[in-house]
Design a protein around this ligand. Sequence first.
Ligand code: GLN
Length: 304
Amino acid sequence: MPNFSDAMAPGAMTLGALWRQTAARLVTLGGGRLGRQEAAREARLLIGYAMGLAPTDVIAYPERLCRTAEIDLVGSFLERRGAGEPLSRIVGQREFWSLPFKVSDQTLDPRPDSETLVQAATDRLRGGKSVKTTPLKFLDLGTGSGCLLLALLSEWPAAYGLGIDVSLGAITTARENAQALKLFSRADFVVSSWGAALAPTWDIVICNPPYIPRHSLGVLSREVQFDPERALDGGPDGLQAYRDLVPSAGYLIGEKGFLVLEIGMNQGDDVVALARAAGLELVDRRPDLSGIERCLVFGAANRA
Ligand code: GLN
């Protein structure tokens, strides 16, 4: 592939020209999947990240001249995008629940579909409770970037949250996110396996576990292949994490709390059966943005 800067008169390119050309390359790389507006947005983010500028500055200073090293860095980002790497992995950041989250190679890339869980949890709690003053307790199992827990804490300003993950790298990223979002005084993050050694009682236990059947890991879409395998691998049938966590999560919500789970395609009935066997009752099931059932909410069968 010719060097990106060679094709563009090195040293003489303005920021405005770099933006236009990067957006055009992204449209080509996307093979028609990326619209012009989305390509212009991605180009702004990639160039801003490469040059240490806010994305808005990329538009604000079109006459600024770019250095060859900056142009080449943008070129290398374009190659990575061309190989299917998500934009969020390149710039290390993803928006979730309208909040910016840092992502790392130890964390799942937060998906818009997972916002369904935040909405379901919030709807479940809202009845009769004051959003501003109720000191709720949220537990996030397999917190990754911390996106589910921190989104919930952003909605409930008197709540406390605990995020658990087996990965120290993920916990470090989640802590950084809590700090950046100014939620750190209400959030703790610890390395542990699911809810082992915790005591009840949590108002919400929320969890997006690994749920991809192991035999499907090799045939995932290109973007998903950049996620850490530990965050995806749900064992031989995709349900292993639910078997491991649902009984203890049932204990952790006590008689009043709710367990909010993300599930993979067609896993609803199996997970409902598993949860029933652990003394839980289904209270809500919701589709994601594509209409695929993505979220199950349970309470104790003998609710107080
Ligand atoms: N959301 C990922 C996917 O769509 C899976 C994440 C998970 O296993 N929890 O493939």
